[in-house]
Design a protein around this ligand. Sequence first.
Ligand code: PEP
Ligand code: MN
Length: 256
Amino acid sequence: MEDMAQMQQVAEALPLGTLQALRGCIYKPRTSPYSFQGLANEGLTILAQIKRTSGLPVVTEVMSSEQVAAVIDHVDVLQIGSRNMQNFELLKTVGQVNKPVLLKRGLSATIEEFIMAAEYILSHGNANVILCERGIRSYDTYTRNVLDLGAVVALRQLTHLPVIVDPSHAAGKRELIPDLARAAVACGADGLIIECHPNPELSVSDARQALSLPDIQALIESLAVIANAVGRSLVNKSLVKHQDRFSTLSQVTLVG
Ligand code: PEP
Ligand code: MN
């Protein structure tokens, strides 16, 4: 998230009936300490405003217990990013709050380590965990990561939790994202989280993987037919409001 205008443009361009949440990260885990680090607490006002004007739940990443305390009353879903998937103290903290947690798979985490990370949250009292496959690290540098759709299938068999896919961080290149998103829905993903920007080239974070608004609109349209082909449909209930996948089994949820 960069500013209110950017968030508003995104919210206005996307089909609100299909989109189930908006993600705006104000604390950003950047590889380089010299890259944009997020708006921090200043961004809270924007999150609150976009939540009000769009009527959509908002998601934001937290990297510490202090950040959990700062955002807990202003957001609907807490994201734990890949780099913190095994930050056990943070997992225990979000295990004790009354908000759903979107847990991203660690960069090199095995499926078992991913499930155990989710167990930390569940066993501390928070039953509302959404698993997110976002690509794992491998030797090929052409894509940013390798999207592990096998893990999506396995996680859906091994757990009762909703499993969503982030093709943006997996591919790292916008031209690969639509096909990966469709493949994710085809193999059973319960939702998608996709990065977009009104002017992708000008995005201060992950510009290469941000979809333009017309591109994400076209992608969303194309997903309906894939969802139907595998006996699902695009939304009308939110994962955010439902404790487990069974209540949303026939729907695919989109986070923009
Ligand atoms: C993000 O979701 O913006 C992000 C930093 O992703 P990940 O934690 O998957 O790298
Ligand atoms: Mn990102």
